[in-house]
Design a protein around this ligand. Structure first.
Ligand code: APR
Length: 318
């Protein structure tokens, strides 16, 4: 395993050279993306610092049971995440990966991120498989209803879920008055939401709408899985898998690292935390690039995509 002797965030020249030599000749490449890719865009990850929303473990809110028990709370969490992700901007790593997808035909990205930042960086849609869905898809929670809406960027999704603002201080100016309160902080009171004011299904008129993300205990989207299977079975070999900003602990997503290895892939991990290695560990010919994905990924991909200069945001059109 190549190790980084340089300070985190910079790529040791020898590792950069060997990685780029391999990347340049690779024709079948996978990337597995996680929340760490969007960390420097200002969005919190799930495990470790930032994994708490108020007093709730973010992972505990991402279940059908939590939604069944308290749909108002779960919608407040997801409406907040939709809002925050809309305020955030894709970073150079999102753009570099999107560009790699345009330049290398045989490059497929598997993303666990639901934040919409890769689509907004114009990552080609057919080269981007959203394993865990998207915050901007909504569907009916009623078992018998198939209502599904793609790319719903309405913020707030219904008026009752608007982020409360601080207008309590009479001395503040209009601008400060309109300051949004940080409802991820448990010290800020959460407004009571009337069940009848939550998003309702426009088709069956019975069910509540729910976020189009994959919750714990749920199947990954069938069409996404079959597209990936098709790509995997196109050839016996895979040259490279980049494992970017993910703790690689959630399955089946994390299992793609071993699948790629079994087809000969060398593994390149890009992560802030040296301990976050794939379950199979690191092999001799792997790379671990320690530091911020937003800096390291564009550096690694430069030999194919060049310098990332333009960063147009396709917000709302993705
Ligand atoms: N650059 C690179 N890596 C980073 C950065 C950064 N700036 N910041 C954090 N990381 C790393 C962390 O060290 C950690 O390994 O990103 C990883 C984030 O891990 P998780 O919070 O577990 O996120 P992820 O792997 O995407 O979680 C997988 O779990 O909760 C579910 O459905 C949710 O898709 C999510 C899945």
């Amino acid at each position: 395993m190549a190790t980084s002797a340089a300070r985190p965030g910079t790529v040791p020249p020898k590792d950069l050279e060997s990685f780029q030599a391999h990347l340049n000749k690779s024709t079948r490449i996978l990337a597995l993306l996680g929340a760490g890719l969007s960390a420097s865009s200002g969005l919190p990850t799930f495990r470790g610092a930032g994994g708490l929303w108020r007093t709730h473990d973010a992972v505990q809110l991402a279940t059908p049971e939590a939604f069944g028990r308290d749909p108002g709370l779960v919608w407040q969490f997801y409406n907040y995440r939709r809002h925050m992700a809309l305020q955030a901007k894709p970073n150079p790593a999102h753009y570099a990966l999107a560009d790699l997808a345009r330049k290398k035909d045989g490059f497929l990205t598997l993303s666990q991120n639901v934040d919409g930042l890769s689509p907004r960086a114009s990552h080609p849609e057919d080269k981007l498989k959203l394993l865990h869905g998207s915050l901007y898809d909504v569907k009916c929670s009623d078992f018998f209803c198939n209502y599904f809406e793609k790319n719903n960027y309405t913020d707030p999704i219904v008026p009752a879920l608007a982020i409360p603002t601080d207008d309590s201080d009479p001395t503040t100016t209009e601008a400060i008055k309109a300051r949004e309160l940080d409802i991820s902080d448990e010290n800020i009171a959460l407004p009571e939401i009337d069940y009848n004011h939550l998003p309702k299904c426009p088709t069956c008129k019975r069910g509540l709408l729910r976020p189009g993300v994959v919750w714990f205990g749920e199947m990954l989207p069938k069409d996404v899985l079959s597209d990936i299977d098709e790509w995997l079975t196109e050839s016996d070999k895979i040259d490279l898998i980049m494992v970017i900003g993910t703790s690689a602990k959630v399955y089946p997503a994390a299992g793609y690292v071993d699948l790629a290895r079994a087809k000969g892939a060398r593994v390149a991990v890009i992560n802030m935390d040296k301990k976050d290695q794939p379950a199979s560990g690191m092999y001799k010919r792997d790379w671990f690039f320690e530091g911020d994905a937003a800096t390291i990924v564009p550096e690694l991909l430069k030999s194919v995509v060049g310098e990332i200069t333009e960063m147009p945001d396709a917000a709302g059109t993705a």
